[in-house]
Design a protein around this ligand. Structure first.
Ligand SMILES: Nc1ncnc2c1ncn2[C@@H]1O[C@H](COP(=O)(O)OP(=O)(O)OP(=O)(O)O)[C@@H](O)[C@H]1O
Ligand SMILES: [Mg+2]
Length: 351
């Protein structure tokens, strides 16, 4: 898919912007604090209705304004759809979102500084990564995840309030196990789809011999039936009652990342960790393309930073094979066939 044109009104440091990007690689260059990341955020917001940068809508409208409007045209082959979104400040000071929903084939994969956390942060960052990817494969992953979180919170509350009331807990344990196993199954599928791609992508970006492996790690081993989760919870019941917490389930799982047989989360160099994070995002592209029936738009923020010149060249080669890509960089990068734009104080002009 591609964005044919976009219009921004009062989005972050953009007062007004009318822009027709290239259908392939767009390089957004310019000094710091000029609006490069803001523009990627706007493109992602237009397509998905969410910012990859912040969950707080109040940060998005240009300071001092009462509303933000984004519109643009999304295209897949010969299908064209105009999408419009807005944020309006209500009397009580909160911001209300409005607008169209995107077509069900619209997908964005964003990479940014926050993604380093996938590799060097805690397990929650890796679970979020897997859930985000699973949601791009199957949009109904999100309702399952929300249902799981609600049941988990309810079960934890019961464990705190009535730790020894087995009768009260039993129906929640059952629901927790059913939804938990559904979530686990989707995550396993997502990680399996990622495994082959990450091996190819990482070798293409780093060096042909580089070997990377990602594995979903769960206390439940290979089990896939809810009964296995119920049994595991029963085994830990005394400890659960004492701590007032659900101690087994997908909320405790992790993603192992081994580079040449060594745990990259603990031992990877900074450059290696950044490259793994980028490779994980790029490894999403093919499975998401297959699931959505069209290639996702790639939003790559500062993806070349901290990488050595040889690796940068590999990254440029890999992303030139993708469909529409937006890449920000504070350097002046020239790439074969790329449309290069200069971003300066909330305006975008061909370089
Ligand atoms: N809601 C807002 N309203 C107006 N300006 C904003 C708003 N939010 C952020 N900004 C401005 O946008 C600037 C940052 O823009 P952005 O993050 O896009 O920079 P950048 O070009 O990506 O820079 P870098 O190269 O450092 O990453 C900030 O310095 C801030 O002044
Ligand atoms: Mg930036």
């Amino acid at each position: 898919m591609r964005l044919e044109w976009v219009q921004l009104l009062e989005f972050r440091n953009y007062r007004t912007l009318n822009w027709q990007p290239s259908p392939r690689l767009n390089v957004l260059s310019g000094p710091n604090a000029q609006g490069k990341t803001n523009l990627l955020e706007a493109l992602g917001f237009l397509v998905t209705g969410r910012s990859f940068r912040t969950p707080r809508s109040a940060e998005i409208p240009r300071w001092g304004t009462e509303s933000t409007t984004l519109s643009g045209e999304l295209c897949r082959a010969e299908t064209h759809r105009t999408v419009r979104r807005g944020l309006i400040r209500l009397e009580d000071g909160t911001w209300q979102a409005s607008g169209d929903s995107s077509p069900d084939w619209a997908r964005v994969i964003a990479f940014g500084w926050q993604d380093l956390e996938i590799v060097n942060g805690g397990p929650a960052a890796r679970r979020n990564f897997v859930d985000g990817f699973a949601a791009r494969l199957q949009p109904n992953h999100v309702p399952t995840l929300l249902r799981f979180r609600r049941i988990l919170a309810r079960r934890n509350r019961l464990l705190q309030q009535y730790p020894h009331d087995a009768g009260r807990l039993a129906p929640w344990t059952e629901q927790f196990a059913a939804v938990g196993m559904e979530l686990l199954g989707r995550r396993r599928k997502a990680v399996a789809a990622l495994q082959t791609e990450i091996a190819r992508v990482y070798a293409a970006l780093a060096s042909p011999g580089a070997k990377i492996e990602v594995r979903y790690v769960t206390a439940l081993g290979e089990a896939s039936e809810p009964e296995a989760l119920v049994a595991a919870l029963e085994q830990r019941h005394r400890e659960e009652a004492r701590r007032g917490q659900t101690l087994v389930g997908p909320h405790r799982d992790d993603l192992a990342i081994d580079l040449d047989g060594i745990d990259a989360r603990a031992f990877g160099s900074r450059g290696q960790q950044r490259l793994i994070a980028l490779a994980l995002r790029l490894a999403e592209v093919l499975p998401v393309t297959e699931a959505a029936g069209t290639a996702p738009i790639l939003l790559l923020d500062d993806a070349l930073s901290e990488l050595d010149p040889a690796v940068r060249t590999h990254v440029m080669r890999e992303i030139q094979a993708a469909e529409q890509v937006f890449l920000t960089t504070p350097d002046v990068t020239t790439a074969n066939g790329a449309a290069v734009y200069h971003v300066n104080g909330g305006s975008v002009a061909p370089a």
